[in-house]
Design a protein around this ligand. Sequence first.
Ligand code: SF4
Ligand code: SF4
Length: 342
Amino acid sequence: MALAERPPGLSPQQQTTLLEGALPQEQGFARSLGQRGLTPPRRSPLRVLQLNLGRLCNMRCSHCHVDAGPHQGHTLMPDGVVEACISAIARLKPAVLDLTGGAPELHPRFRDLVLAARSQGCQVIDRCNLTVLLLPALHDLAPFLASQQVEIVASLPQPDQDATDGQRGEGTWEASIQALRLLNGLGYGQGDPTRQLTLMSNPAGTQLQQLSAWDQRRWAERLEQLAGVRFDRLIGLNNMPIARFLQQLQRDGHVNCYLALLERAFNPAALEGLMCRDTLSVAPDGRLHDCDFNQMLEMPEASGATIATISREQLLDGAIHWGNHCYGCTAGQGSSCGGATA
Ligand code: SF4
Ligand code: SF4
C-alpha cells in the first residue's frame, strides 16, 4: 500500500482513552499502586537527558511505538531547539545523553549533539536501528561513532531471520548482520568499554519479554555461528501498547486482554528501575516528558518548563505522570528504555 493510502494513526487523546478504558478503574495504574500498599515513585536526580530528534526513519516496523517512518521528515527537531538542547547539556550536566528518534542519525545536527555532549564529559547512547549505518550518505557514520566512544543500543527483535524480517520488513536481517559486522570491525562488541554494543530485543506480538542469562548465551552462540558477529549485552523490552502497536491491538480486538496481561504480570520490583525516575525526555518541539512513551501520548512532565528553561532543581522529587501504559514497564522483568537485562 502506498504511504498516502495508509489509515491515519490514533491521536494521543484516542490512545489515552483506549488505554484508560481497557481496565476497570480500580485496576488503573496509579490507583492500583496505592491498593497494593506501594507509594508512587517520584523523580530522583537527573541522570539521563534523552532527546527525540524526530520520527524520521528509514524503516517502518510493525511494533514501532513512535509511529516512525520515511514519511515523517516534517517532524525533525528544529535548529532553535537543537541549540537549546546543547545549552541544556552544559546547564543540566546529565551523565548520559541518549539520542533517539526515529533514526536519530538522520537528523542533520546529530553529530553536533554528540560532539557537544562529549565535550561536557557525557556518555552518549545512540539508539540505532543498524540498517541506517548502511545508507550511502552515512558511510562515515560508524567510524564517527567509534571515534567518539558512543555506545550503540541496537534493535534486533530476535536472533533469526524470519522473526526479524517479520517485524521489521524483508531484508532487515541481512542488513542488520552487515551493520553488526561493520561495528565489530571498528572494535564494537568485543568487551571494550569504549565501544559498547548492546542489542535490544522485543518479543513477537502480545508475548511478554522473558530474558534469562541463558538467552544471552543462546543469542551470542547463534549470532556467532550464523553470522560470525558479536555483541556485549542483551536487553529486552515488552511491546508498549502505544502508537502503531496499539493500533494493531485495536484492529485485532486485543487491547483489553493485552492490558489485562500486563496488569496481571505487575512486578513491584520493576518500580525501582523505571527510566522515568532519572530521565528527562525532550520532544522535537522542546517540550518535556517523563519518558518517550509519555511523549507519544502528549503527557507532559510536571514542572511545565521547556528544554530552554528547565533546571535540575525543578525536576528533583517531581511527580511522575502515570497511565495504564505504565503497566508495560512493570510487567514481568520490567521494561523501559534501559530494558530487562539477560
Ligand atoms: S522501531 Fe525503530 S527502526 Fe523501526 S520504525 Fe520505529 S524508530 Fe524506526
Ligand atoms: S511509561 Fe514507563 S517510563 Fe514512562 S512514566 Fe510510565 S512507567 Fe515510567
